[in-house]
Design a binder for this molecule. Structure first.
Ligand code: ATP
Ligand code: MG
Length: 568
């Protein structure tokens, strides 16, 4: 296509709220246009990239035997009530009414819709397994839409759902999707890692995320320095911690005056005790359906940090919120001196696994200016859960390696659902013995529009985008240095026609602009390869530039077609 005929509104100005390179460059290079918080228009270049990413996903999914469908975006609330998610989904779910006052929601994901489709059409085990997907707009009223396409409110997702006759079938579907997703991200040229993910209150190891490694990623992932263990911090495990400092000799079991000593640090200094032997108590407000709230205390070792997603799962809440000092006091708690010892029976307390059978501990006495010394959990029946955030330097749960943190962008999520939706929605089939059974499901997502941002986060320099081959809006750009020079113009046209005849997607910069200006746009837009037709054409030479590293090479003008084809 010709630059002069395409709408490519490149600009020097970055959006005022943009901090990430992908947000800045995708806007400046004319790929996307903001229309409101978390809402974007895709301009011609952006649409081309979006279609490329979508096509790669589609090809691999179709090869794996998945079938593409296209479900209604506006979904009846009745289905969401059947699954119990109408309430549970919270404020991200955009609810609306039609003229007859019927309730609807804009699909943030489509489990209910897909289960509804299948329960009406699939009746026998002979039709299983089946895997249906769509590539479709989603709407989530995100609390903090930001970073451009990374976290929009309206975005494009590939969402797929597998239906099997039993658990074994579900696991086979899941494994196939793991392989298929890997191929998709490899083809897109991404450096990614598959990590264990939080499976919500269901637990288990049936959930994995595909993380594009990038410093700007919103997710913290924990990886091992010697094996391939990787997990989202929300689900990461570690080897059991052994404290090198011996337990303090505590001969008594009583409260101790600790005036004004409120933090773990101060307490450790006050008692000359390693934080490992202190109990950290974190109070949170747990939110449940129908506006029900409950105050919960989480107790862990002073040397550990609470991981909120794990804590939230432990109490099966929809969300956890911090409590203000006033709220703590209203609950009968004493800020700075909270502890599990002699706590009112009304308050739920969950202990971290690391405290199991703990002794010689020091915890808050639930009394102003007092701590309790000699707290002992041996033989006491309490509820334990894994609550801690794995820290850099902790031991790997699989090998003797050390764990470290890196940042990742979640571009895909695969999840073994079991009968979580099929059971409440009564989606059943008849097995070999004519017995009704709920489908055993998997759910699989890819952030198609987020991928545009993820690719650029990983592939850019200080001048602009550097698209990977499979994602690039065009494979080659021809830059005619001075369009007023007939020979240059002609050579450009000739190469343009020849490349098109080869079926290559080519962009011809035929604008009457200065060469420097056109080069800047090339660098900003990020097409992987350019041919510059300039003044050396008179000597039978043109220049070929690869966008990555901006390496230039002179090539004989009569060999340029072959050279371009060789490099694609
Ligand atoms: P996140 O943790 O980033 O909010 P999620 O766990 O809510 O994502 P899923 O429900 O697993 O996301 O959705 C599948 C995929 O859709 C994600 O892996 C991600 O790539 C993409 N996605 C989710 N939310 C957004 C959003 N607000 N904007 C763009 N893409 C998104
Ligand atoms: Mg997810």
């Amino acid at each position: 296509m010709r630059f002069t005929q395409l709408l490519i509104p490149t600009t020097k100005e970055a959006p005022s709220d943009a901090v990430l390179p992908s947000h800045i460059y995708l806007t400046r290079a004319g790929y996307i246009q903001s229309v409101g918080s978390g809402l974007y228009n895709f301009l011609p270049l952006g649409k081309r990239v979006l279609d490329n990413v979508r096509q790669v996903a589609k090809e691999e999914l179709d090869k794996a035997g998945c079938q593409e469908v296209d479900l209604a975006f506006v979904t009846p609330a009745a289905l969401w009530r059947e699954s119990g998610r109408f309430e549970k989904y919270g404020k991200e779910l955009l609810r609306l009414k039609d003229r007859k006052s019927n309730d609807f929601v804009l699909g943030p994901t489509h489990e209910e819709m897909m289960v509804n489709l299948v329960r009406q059409t699939v009746k026998s085990y002979k039709q299983l397994p089946i895997n249906l997907y769509q590539i479709k707009t989603k709407f989530r009223d995100e609390i903090r839409p930001r970073f451009g396409l990374m976290r929009g409110r309206e975005f494009l997702m590939k969402d797929g759902y597998s239906f099997a006759a039993d658990e074994e079938g579900m696991r086979a579907d899941f494994d196939l999707m793991e392989k298929t997703y890997s191929r998709i991200f490899e083809r897109l040229g991404l450096d990614y890692r598959i990590v264990e993910a939080d499976s919500g209150a269901i637990g288990g190891s049936g959930s994995k995320e595909f993380m594009v490694i990038a410093d700007s990623g919103e997710d913290t992932i924990v990886v091992c320095d010697s094996c391939d263990y990787g997990a989202n911090i929300e689900a990461a495990k570690r080897a059991a911690v052994v404290c090198e400092v011996e337990a303090p000799e505590i001969s008594m079991s009583s409260k101790f005056r600790t005036e004004g000593v409120k933090t773990i640090e101060d307490l450790s200094a006050f008692f000359h005790v390693d934080p490992y032997y202190l109990v950290k108590t974190v109070a949170m407000k747990a939110l449940y359906d129908e506006g029900v709230t409950k105050c919960v205390l989480f107790a862990l070792r002073g040397s550990d940090i609470l991981e909120e997603t794990k804590a939230c799962n432990a109490v099966n809440a929809n969300e956890l919120l911090a409590l203000s000092e006033e709220e703590l006091i209203a609950e009968g708690l004493v800020p700075g001196f909270m502890g599990p010892h002699k706590l009112s029976a009304e308050i739920t307390i969950i202990y971290d696994e690391g405290l199991r059978e703990g002794r010689s501990l020091i915890c808050g006495a639930n009394e102003e200016d007092y701590h309790f010394v000699g707290f002992d959990l041996r033989g006491v029946e309490v509820e334990y859960h894994d609550l801690v955030a794995v820290q850099a330097g902790d031991g790997c749960p699989r090998c003797s390696g050390k764990l470290k943190h890196t940042k990742g962008i979640e571009v895909g999520h695969i999840f073994q659902l079991g009968t979580q939706y099929s059971a409440p929605l009564k989606a059943e089939f008849l097995d070999e013995n004519g017995k009704s059974k709920p489908f055993v499901m998997g759910t699989y997502g890819i952030g198609i529009s987020r991928l545009l941002a993820a690719i650029i986060e990983q592939h850019h320099d200080d001048k602009g985008c550097i698209w990977t081959k499979a994602s690039a809006p065009f494979a080659v750009q021809i830059i005619v240095s001075n369009i007023k020079k007939e020979e240059e113009k002609e050579a450009g046209e000739k190469l343009y026609t020849a490349l098109q005849a080869e079926g290559i997607e080519v962009l011809l910069d035929d604008r009457k602009e200065r060469f420097g200006f056109k080069m800047k746009d090339f660098e900003l837009i990020g097409i992987p390869l350019a041919v510059v037709i300039g003044k050396n054409l008179a000597e039978g030479k043109v220049e070929i530039i690869s966008r990555e590293g901006l390496e230039k090479e002179e090539v004989a003008s009569d060999k340029i077609l072959d050279e371009v084809l060789r490099r694609l």
